[in-house]
Design a protein around this ligand. Structure first.
Ligand code: NAD
Length: 452
């Protein structure tokens, strides 16, 4: 471990990563390495999560290619110093922001989108001129194995991969990295931040939480049900921004549940456990947690499961705010529908809870959407859809409050891995004496006129 970290630090300190050509070379090497092992990554995603090749490409591998292409296209512009104005009191001077790489970054990834969530941050780290160590999740072991090979194939002095679980990650957290980029649960996020505090290492935390999906009384239910069903049962609900629960006007609960059922049947057939397009639950621990929740719930439809194959079908549950299923992030295919009398009351309940990573609001009214999206705090979200805000690389992706801090994707990734260094270059041809002691009244009058 030490050797690999020292190698990365040496690479960073050599100054090589400061050059645009070097960074471009790294990104191209990563793209080539992913291309070479694309089939293996697809197979590994099938082995670890039962992901269909379409989903493997659309939600993981393809997104990594897009991030690389965007970084390559805009790298020169992103790297350019940004000119900023200078107050007249500092005349003559030029001011700029210089994007400086942090140095050596540690990227810790979860298991649910194990390719995308390991490699997209790596794209940002390399584009911004860092050296980086990727630590994939031990719960997606087939993918972790291929990721190690992919990063090995890059033959890069600036990128390394180390497999391991909790203990290995804790050992890594004791090392003097210059930035830690963590994606995972709130609980482990706190431990990562506490460990980072020992070295005052900055952190980006991409965490989870319960993301609400709110149906306004005027929502287009057939459309909403289709889009909620897609966002919820993608990756069998094991998506950080999946709608965790639906808030629904009381008189629409029955119709909503039925429309969700129809949408699920259209997507996965009447026997979802047999569908090749429907992934499995990651492991027994999560399977047992989810089936316990089903047992403790008032199931409207669904609820079928098969422990041997770790499969749990789409399931809709009638719930209240104090139901067991509303206590923690579900992170599985269970979808509680909570009825409300007045929209404002439902929004107040959301405001009382930890700030979610995502929020989805379905309505036909633009002014209402505007008001709701601006009056509730959450990481990011959509009006009249679910999940898709994160596929737009021009939008920052990240949480707020307990759903995380910092953001990435596209230019935001470059910025997440860069220190914004302020540089003011003063002209030497003029050096007004007013600022130098001994101070006198006339100088103070000038300063007061300039600084107000
Ligand atoms: P996790 O927090 O259990 O694990 C994440 C990583 O941390 C893994 O690499 C793991 O090896 C490591 N780890 C686990 N325990 C540790 C410990 N005690 N000390 C140090 N490192 C430790 O998360 P997970 O189960 O892999 O992923 C699910 C969670 O991640 C959900 O809460 C989900 O919402 C969240 N998530 C968030 C995003 C996002 O972009 N915001 C994306 C995907 C998942």
């Amino acid at each position: 471990m030490q050797e690999r970290i020292i190698g990365l630090q040496d690479c960073y300190h050599s100054g090589a990563t400061l050059e645009a050509d070097f960074r471009r070379g790294q990104l191209e090497a990563l793209r080539r390495a992913v291309k070479k092992r694309e089939a293996q990554l697809t197979e590994a995603l099938q082995a670890d999560l039962g992901k269909a090749p379409f989903e493997a490409y659309a939600t993981e591998i393809g997104m990594v290619y897009e991030e690389i292409a965007l970084a390559l296209k805009h790298l020169n512009r992103w790297m350019r110093d940004r000119r900023r104005p200078t107050p007249i009191s500092q005349f003559p001077a030029r001011s700029c922001i210089h994007y400086e790489p942090y140095g050596t970054a540690l990227i810790i990834a979860p298991w649910n989108y194990p390719v995308q969530l390991s490699l997209s941050p790596l794209v940002g780290a390399l584009a911004a001129g860092n050296a980086a160590l990727v630590k994939p999740s031990e719960h997606a072991p087939a993918v972790a194995q291929v990721l190690e090979a992919v990063i090995g194939d890059m033959a890069s002095p600036a990128a390394a991969c180390m497999q391991g679980g909790r203990e290995e990650t804790q050992a890594l957290l004791k090392q003097p990295f210059d930035l830690i980029f963590f994606t995972g649960s709130v609980e482990v996020g706190k431990a990562v931040m506490a460990a980072a505090a020992q070295n005052l290492t900055p952190v980006v935390l991409e965490l989870g939480g319960k993301s609400p999906c709110i149906l306004a009384p005027d929502a287009d239910l057939p459309l909403a049900a289709r889009r909620i069903a897609w966002g919820k049962w993608l990756n069998a609900g094991q998506t950080c921004v999946a709608p965790d629960y639906v808030l629904c006007p009381k008189d629409k609960v029955e119709e909503t549940a039925e429309r969700l059922r129809q949408a699920a049947v259209r997507q996965f057939g009447p026997q979802p456990l047999e569908s090749g397009d429907y992934p499995r639950i990651i492991n027994e621990k999560h399977f047992d947690r989810l089936t316990r929740l089903i047992k403790a719930s008032d199931v409207i439809w669904g609820g079928e499961s098969d422990r041997e194959r770790l499969r749990i079908g789409p399931t809709v549950i009638a719930a209240g705010w104090d139901s067991p299923v509303m206590e923690e992030e579900i992170f599985g295919p269970l979808l509680p529908v909570v009825a409300y009398d007045r929209l404002e009351e439902a929004l107040d309940q959301v405001r009382l809870r930890p700030r979610p990573l995502a929020l989805y609001f379905f309505t036909g009214s633009r002014p209402l959407a505007r008001r709701v999206m601006r009056s509730v705090s959450f990481g990011g979200g959509c009006v009249n859809d679910t999940v898709v805000h994160l596929v737009n690389p021009h939008l920052p992706f990240g949480g707020v409050g307990s759903s995380g801090m910092g953001c990435y994707h596209g230019r935001h990734s470059f910025e997440a891995f860069s220190h914004k260094k302020a540089i003011m270059t003063r002209g030497a041809w003029l050096d007004l004496p007013v600022r130098y002691p001994p101070y006198h009244e006339k100088a103070e009058r000038v300063v007061r006129r300039l600084m107000k």
